[in-house]
Design a protein around this ligand. Structure first.
Ligand code: SAH
Length: 352
């Protein structure tokens, strides 16, 4: 235990209004918060001494009572296709992963929102470990700062963030919302809501609440065409069944020309039949929904296989034939275990 020196306050993860209130309590002007915020999120600086437009006294005060957390990326793997995967070691010894996916001019970072996940989807590596804890907004947003900084070092820019890493973002709404506030702030990461996607296993009330509050992109892991099938793959379906979920997807407020994404992980012999495709098309009829088909990324322990490419194409063509926009997500980073939760599982997980 340290005596005399209180724990320093972590400025990372505070939204701009929170930081303004924090400095206001010290009697500091509002623009001070904006300055510090810009150092952290636009220049990725976490050392107060380097914040050169702040007075010496203010820098000393900050160094004394605050900090900017930056969990180290302990393991970086680079795939032959340019995909990079980072394993972050958090302060309590837990580990989470992020994946950076280059695609043309896009640089998309897939971020984690929880250490583990309580939803126990049967095909998912993160589901197999259970929920260990929620991530803080500092930990969530740090993944983005780290990737953005790394890219800027190469003259590139991070363009998109997707909450498709470990965890269910809508089971950690408070911290995820704070992180999103920072991602969208013009003094923060400055991303547009179109370029930030929250992916959910289908927690209906939180999904609708979030979509109404912030203009984000929403993706829903549908993964099945019938309730019995979906409940087996995704136990959360017992609480929020498919029909209600799709009805809610159709109610999400959208800007013109935008659609809700339905993700569909294709598992051979489980949910990849032509009948599944036709049923899915019936469900989605009349909605502004586009489908992302994801060939399953095999895990050692799980009893599933990816369908052959012909089956994927046939599934997609049935959707297209029914007037439903559908694309097949190219498999990226398969050689570095880039599917949800795979790297942490391989690294031995917790070391705390
Ligand atoms: N909990 C959120 C976000 C994390 S999972 C959600 O469910 O959407 C992100 C996506 O990865 C989901 O669409 C999920 O179905 C998919 N996924 C999980 N494990 C996978 C695997 N082994 N292969 C392919 N996709 C997988």
């Amino acid at each position: 235990m340290t005596i005399g020196r209180p724990e320093r306050t972590d400025l990372k993860g505070m939204t701009l209004p929170e930081m303004e209130a924090f400095f206001a309590a010290w009697g500091k002007e509002q623009y001070r918060a904006r300055q510090v915020f810009r150092w952290i999120y636009r220049r990725y600086v976490d050392d107060f001494a380097a914040m050169s437009d702040l007075s010496k006294e203010f820098r000393a005060l900050l160094s004394d009572s605050c900090r900017v957390s930056a969990p180290p990326a302990e393991c970086i793997e680079t795939s032959a296709d340019g995909t990079e995967k980072y394993l972050f070691r958090l302060e309590d010894g837990e580990a989470v992963e992020s994946v950076l996916i280059p695609d043309g001019d896009r640089r998309t970072l897939c971020v984690s929102s929880q250490v583990g996940c309580a939803l126990a989807c049967s095909f998912c590596a993160t589901g197999a470990m259970g929920l260990r804890r929620d991530m803080t907004s500092a930990e969530i947003v740090h993944q983005v700062c780290y990737a953005a900084r790394r890219l800027s070092g190469r003259g590139e820019r991070l363009t998109n963030v997707v909450f498709m890493g470990m965890g269910e973002p809508l089971r950690n709404v408070t911290e995820v919302s704070r992180a999103i506030g920072i991602l969208l702030s013009q003094h923060g990461l400055g991303l547009s809501g179109k370029r930030v996607t929250v992916s959910t296993a289908g927690i209906i009330p939180e999904m609708l609440a979030m979509a109404e509050k912030v203009p984000l992109s929403i993706a829903v892991s549908v993964n099945a065409s019938r309730d019995e099938q979906r409940s087996l793959l995704m136990p959360v379906n017992r609480r929020y069944p498919l029909r209600e979920l799709v009805a809610a997807m159709k109610r999400i407020p959208l800007q013109s020309g935008r659609k809700v994404t339905a993700e569909y992980v294709l598992l051979e012999g489980v949910n990849d039949s032509p009948e599944d495709a036709r049923e899915l098309a019936r469900l989605f009829r009349g909605g502004r929904i586009k489908v992302n088909l994801i060939p399953y990324n095999p895990l050692e322990e799980a009893p599933y296989r990816a369908p052959p490419p012909e089956a994927v194409d046939r599934f997609r063509e049935i959707l297209l034939g029914a007037g439903i926009q559908a694309i097949t997500r190219e498999r990226k980073g398969a050689d570095i275990r880039a599917a949800c939760g795979q790297l942490r599982a391989a690294s031995g997980g917790n070391r705390g």
